[in-house]
Design a protein around this ligand. Structure first.
Ligand code: TRP
Length: 350
């Protein structure tokens, strides 16, 4: 692990303490690209944590990043379905729509306008060095749009427009939070010296162990190796039965040597709230089929209330649209106020 990662984890652990001590002093901005239904990797990796933080009393803004979804997709035809699907998944997971602000990039003009001054505060070589963007460009294989190249600056606007001071993220997003901090600092130095206007946001890293996909690779919406929140119990069991394991009968928890088996053990452990080692011991000579049944049962039981809420809400499309419309309106007000202040500080109010 690199030293920056260790430092980020240490800072993150300290932050967790500060949040518990005074949740109301924090405002979270977090978001997802609308590229398909959310899966259990999202749930255990971040959604569950968002719900926990909101219940503690932290203010929560959730961005459906539709202008990020167009960085690497050719067709926007699916966006309406995917956007509404995200709202549904959020509410099913337990995000309280009366308190959270759920909104989309494309509807918040004033947020997007912040990208222009922010672009002036970073250099092309800084953008070129961003490791996450580099990976995404390499994975894409084709030509790289300028939006892909500059989306971390846009993401800084996502975070700064609402003065969020806490951004719960996975490791891959750390460079983006770092850039948001840099932009905040440079903006303050240049336009508001001595009286910082933007807070420097902190990354809050999840503590949940990482779940791999059912084939042992990274879990991904587009890789066909995930279980979505909305999947039926039968489908869940079927997919877990088909998961990759190895040729050894006895089940043990050895993440390095047996990553696929360890992943199923971990899934069962997370869902039933016991240690992975205990799950492995329980299954022992029962082998992969017993492990898979245990994991499927534990996951189905864990997701049952979420899925029940999800199917109920799925029929209430007017409600889902109203939640988003209200979120867009509130995010719009916040963005308008920020842009007004930014214009003032930049001497561009004529
Ligand atoms: N880049 C994030 C992802 O791909 C989504 C996102 C957009 C985001 N804006 C954000 C996350 C601001 C945190 C903060 O998942």
């Amino acid at each position: 692990m690199t030293s920056t990662l260790v430092a980020a984890e240490r800072r993150s652990a300290r932050l967790e303490g500060a949040v518990l001590a005074d949740p109301a002093s924090f405002r979270i901005l977090t978001g997802d690209r609308p590229t398909g239904p959310l899966h259990i990797g999202h749930y255990f990796g971040t959604l569950e944590n968002r719900v926990r933080l909101q219940r503690l009393g932290v203010e929560l803004l959730v961005l459906i990043a539709d202008y990020q979804a167009i960085t690497d997709r050719d067709s926007p035809a699916h966006l309406p379905v995917d956007v509404e699907g995200l709202v549904l998944d959020y509410l099913a997971a337990g995000i309280d729509p009366d308190r959270a602000i759920i909104f989309t990039h494309s509807q918040i003009a004033e947020l997007n306008q912040l990208v222009l001054p922010f672009l002036s505060l970073v250099s092309v070589s800084e953008l070129r060095r961003n490791p996450t963007v580099k990976d995404e460009i390499a994975a894409g294989g084709g030509t790289t749009s300028a939006l892909m190249f500059t989306y971390p600056v846009h993401q800084a606007a996502d975070i700064l427009f609402c003065h969020a001071n806490l951004v719960p993220v996975g490791r891959d997003q750390l460079p983006h939070v770092e850039l948001a901090r840099t932009i905040a600092r440079r903006f303050n130095d240049r336009y508001s010296p001595g009286r910082p206007y933007f807070p420097e946001p902190e990354a809050l890293m999840g503590t949940a162990p990482l779940l791999l996909g059912l084939d042992g690779r990274k879990m991904g919406k587009s890789r066909g190796n995930a279980i979505t929140l909305g999947a039926s119990e039968d489908e869940t069991a079927r997919r877990i039965r088909a998961a990759k394991t190895d040729g050894e009968r006895r089940i043990t928890y050895e993440p390095d040597r047996r990553p696929e088996v360890a992943n199923l053990v971990r899934l069962a452990a997370i869902c039933s709230g016991v240690a992975a080692e205990t799950v492995a011991e329980q299954v022992g000579d029962g082998g992969a089929s017993v492990l898979k049944r245990l994991a499927a049962d534990a996951l189905n039981e864990r997701l049952r209330p979420i899925r029940a809420r999800r199917s109920e809400l799925a029929g209430e499309r007017d409600h889902l649209r109203a939640v988003l419309a209200r979120g867009n309106a509130r995010a719009g007000e916040i963005a308008a106020e920020t842009l007004r202040a930014v214009k003032e500080l930049m001497h561009t109010r004529y």
